[in-house]
Design a protein around this ligand. Structure first.
Ligand code: TRP
Ligand code: ZN
Length: 868
């Protein structure tokens, strides 16, 4: 590495020296030599006759000011400095770029046969020299020129205003976007596609053309995306009063994409994983993922595009808020409880783990080397929890008033997280002074609760203590404002009114101090408390529940989330005690009352099947690992497997009866059908661990009429290592080997294969005709799954898993650093393992650190982890 990459700090923000009101772009597209002409109208804002423009991997062909060639400039690291400029001028920059050589998938690149762009966060600087920062907003006009036969569709942001033929079989289309936007929202696509068309009339009567572009032959896989888009547009009008603002909305599905999808104005570019689905190729989870991501990108049109971010430290302004909106969308359309459970699993599992890792950062980071490293679970998912807490504190009405004020104040501009909180505060009158700490403080607060019942005084006291342990980036922590939602139940399961100082109080307590006691009056018997209901704050809850209290809450808590949470706490108690037992050489045991509690859930006639399936799901190995300072990989795996086997054998008859009762003749994709499949397949995953497992799994695979049931059979065979596994895997690969997206599910099973020779098989699998390290989806499915979700094999004592990871990372460092930087995360947590494993992982990190072409992405993570 020539020079160590430099960090940027949030506190150093300076407003731009120049504004760009308009930019006119012309792309002459060729695979290896694309020429980009950019004509910008520039105005000086500050006392400076010099202008700095970002630019990377560009060949400068021409530079002129007001039409005259300009030589007073300097090419510098990462950009260009132009000197001696007038107050206002027209800047013309001509650059040449090589899309075909662009394997990083940032800027302009080729995905399969099509040209496409990815500009967030800082990809536009790989297209032309420009102030590539989100607070410079310009109106874009874009002309795309390409060979007509190969690229019949030429797309960019906004409205099509001109098109025609040019010489040598080429044609052009000209687009104009009336909404000023930062460069990261620019997009261009050129290719040959099948197009699914529909339209949507907004509540004020605007007729919007909807177009989804997919690879030829995939039209029958685009309908769910279109339905989801229409539902998103409708939902944003009804719940938020927000309407679409252009006459056309386009979505393009591409196979090569670093992330999920991108909200470019009027022209979303999607990873094909989040567009393409039919019953034979996609699981119910895929369908729900498509709905969520289509919603997410659509909702960005207001929260992200109409109001954008002032600088990248403010990323959670658009991402936390938009995740909150997409979660609410999914919850309003489907099961609120199931959605909440799955969101909380992500926070308690991978987000808590990230916040405890060397890369821990606040939802609004203070220091960044490579921005791509901060599209994290913390910024997105914890960011959404912070928005949700404000929603809890303000209520839906207050929150919507805050949104309205936010748009009144900031529409058409680049704003900060502080602007958002101020709007919420001013619109509602709720004091958010202390609450703002959630934006600046990293780490997960631990909230320890103790209770005391005084039968004579009829009082019940809850003492709540909060501590946030120091994190790698921050040693001092302060008490946060925690909305702490509780209920108290009497022995019949009736709710006890909360009374403090003679007055009824709200069920969401404002916890603001390091230690605080709430004394409830008029409590005539020892109550059972339901704590942190709805997971009202992203904290670790500690309360010494007795088994019987948890079993009581599993039945009596008034909301489904609390019932599920009680079940999880009960399981957690047994997982912990069994891990200690295993470490002491004792056997895994589960009490009869616990088994009975889960039997009750399984056979419940009132509970929805989808919810029962969640109740019966054990925490993942990764989530359990998060409970420990020092992780015993094998003990955790052994305990989770034994508990699963114990439940399976104890409840075998009931599981089989439910499994049989939920068989559906006809396939449909409504929420009721999804819920039934979910419970049925949960039963199968248990039954796989019984004597009849192999037979049941094989039979389901053979008779399945949809991918959800097919995959459930395969993953049961994989997890339980059934004899039929090999045959099913071979059959599937034979059938789908020409379809990378469908093969990703198969690659994922190979990646998470618990077999002893898993790594050897993975290395063989890398030679599979459908596999390629150049494709991020394939890489994540096979390699990513192995590193992140196959703890026993990845952490093999021999170190073979680590050496394999090191090899892959060194290769991906040059081809696609962004993907490499996501793969590396499990290695950053090396301090959680025993000394031998630590040494082996550190060796791989050191090897990376000493590479002379180490990308900024990996440099930031490797050095942060090693220095921690
Ligand atoms: N803004 C996108 C989203 O949340 C995220 C995204 C898509 C992205 N592609 C990216 C971020 C590439 C960084 C790099 O929907
Ligand atoms: Zn987003």
């Amino acid at each position: 590495m020539a020079q160590s990459p430099q960090a940027k700090y949030r506190k150093d923000y300076q407003s731009p020296s120049h504004s760009i009101t308009d930019i006119d772009l012309t792309f002459d597209l060729f695979d290896t030599e694309t020429v980009v002409a950019a004509v910008s109208q520039v105005k000086q804002l500050k006392d400076s006759t010099s202008l700095y423009l970002d630019g990377e991997e560009l060949e400068l062909k021409a530079l002129s000011i007001n039409g005259e060639a300009w030589s007073d400039y300097q090419l510098v690291e990462g950009g260009i400095e132009i000197h001696g400029l007038p107050q206002q001028f027209e800047l013309t920059v001509v650059t040449q770029i090589n899309p075909e050589a662009n394997t990083a998938l940032e800027g302009l690149y080729k995905s399969g046969g099509a040209f496409c762009t990815q500009c967030e966060a800082e990809g536009f600087r790989r297209i032309t020299y420009y102030p590539d920062r989100p607070d410079v907003l310009a109106k874009y006009t874009t002309t795309v020129i390409a060979d007509k036969a190969s690229y019949p569709y030429l797309l960019s942001n906004g409205n099509r205003i001109d098109q025609g033929e040019v010489e040598s079989g080429r044609h052009f289309v000209k687009w104009q976007d009336p909404h000023p936007k930062p460069a990261y929202l620019f997009a261009l696509v050129a290719g040959d596609f099948d197009v699914l068309r529909d339209h949507y009339v907004t509540k004020s009567g605007r007729d919007v053309a909807l177009e989804i572009f997919v690879d030829k032959g995939n039209l029958d896989r685009a309908t769910h995306a279109m339905t989801s888009l229409v539902n998103s547009m409708k939902w944003d009008e009804t719940r938020f009063g927000l309407e679409y603002d252009l006459d056309i909305y386009m979505i393009v599905a591409v196979d090569f994409f670093n992330m999920g999808a991108m909200e470019n104005k009027g022209l979303n570019v999607f990873n094909s994983k989040y567009v393409l689905a039919n019953e034979n190729t996609a699981t119910d989870t895929d369908y729900l993922g498509i709905e969520a991501v289509i919603g997410h990108e659509y909702f960005h049109n207001w929260t992200g595009n109409r109001v954008t971010c002032r600088d990248w430290f403010q990323l959670s302004l658009k991402e936390g808020l938009t995740v909150f909106r997409d979660q609410e969308f999914s919850s309003d359309l489907g099961s609120r409880a199931v959605n909440r459970i799955n969101n909380v699993r992500i926070i308690r599992g991978p987000q808590f783990a990230e916040d405890a890792s060397p890369m821990s950062h606040p939802i609004r980071p203070d220091k960044v080397i490579e921005m791509n490293n901060f599209y994290t679970l913390t910024v997105y998912e914890k960011g959404s929890e912070v928005i949700r807490m404000m929603h809890t504190l303000l209520g839906e009405d207050g929150f919507q008033k805050g949104m309205k004020l936010y748009f009144e104040r900031h529409d058409g501009t680049a704003a900060t997280c502080e602007d958002f909180v101020s709007a919420m505060e001013d619109a509602s009158g709720v004091d958010l002074t202390q609450f703002r700490l959630w934006y600046s403080q990293s780490g997960t607060p631990k909230v320890t609760v103790s209770s005391e019942y005084d039968a004579d005084a009829k009082t019940y006291a809850l003492t709540i203590e909060q501590v946030t342990e120091p994190t790698n980036n921050q040693s001092e922590k302060q008490p946060l404002h925690i909305p702490f939602d509780i209920e108290l139940y009497d022995s019949k399961g009736e709710v006890i009114e909360l009374i403090i100082d003679g007055k009824p109080v709200h069920h969401v307590l404002d916890v603001k101090e390091a230690k605080q006691t709430f004394v409830f009056e008029n409590v005539s018997e020892q109550p059972v408390p339901s704590l942190l209901r709805e997971f009202s704050a992203p904290v670790i809850l500690e309360y010494d529940y007795q088994d019987q209290e948890l079993i009581f809450l599993m039945v009596h808590a008034r909301n489904e989330f609390a019932r599920w949470d009680a079940g999880q706490m009960l399981l957690a108690k047994y997982i912990r005690s069994n891990i200690s037992a295993v470490q002491n050489g004792d056997a895994v045991t589960l009490s009869e009352s616990v088994i009975d509690a889960f039997r009750g859930v399984l056979l419940s006639a009132e509970l929805e099947p989808a919810f029962i399936a969640e109740m019966l799901s054990l925490p993942s190995h990764n989530e359990v690992s998060g409970w420990y300072q020092c992780v015993d990989v094998d003990a955790i795996a052994l305990v989770l497997k034994s508990i699963k086997e114990t439940l399976a054998t104890s409840l075998e008859d009931e599981l089989l009866a439910v499994y049989r009762s939920l068989e559906q003749q006809q396939y449909s994709i409504d929420h009721d059908a999804i819920g039934k499949r979910s419970l049925r397949n949960t039963c199968l995953s248990y039954l796989a661990h019984t004597a009849q497992g192999n037979h049941l799994v094989e039979a389901q695979y053979q008779s399945a009429n949809n991918m959800t049931d097919t995959m459930a059979a395969m993953s049961a065979a994989n997890q339980a290592q059934l004899p039929c596994r090999e045959a099913l895997m071979a059959d599937y690969s034979d059938k789908w080997k020409h379809d990378g997206l469908v093969m990703d599910k198969w690659f994922m099973l190979q990646g998470t294969n618990p077999a002893e020779n898993a790594l050897e098989v993975i290395q063989q699998t890398m030679k599979h005709e459908a596999f390629s390290l150049k494709n991020p989806n394939r890489t994540r499915s096979l390699i990513g799954a192995f590193l992140a979700n196959n703890p026993v094999r990845f952490h093999a004592k021999s170190g073979e898993g680590y050496r394999f990871a090191g090899e892959i990372l060194r290769e991906m460092n040059s081809s696609n650093p962004q993907v490499a930087s996501r793969l590396i995360d499990p290695l950053l947590k090396f301090r959680k393992y025993d000394v031998e494993r630590q040494a082996l992982i550190k060796k791989e990190l050191e090897a990376l650190k000493s590479m002379d072409n180490l990308a900024k992405d990996l440099y930031e993570k490797v050095t942060t982890a090693l220095d921690a």
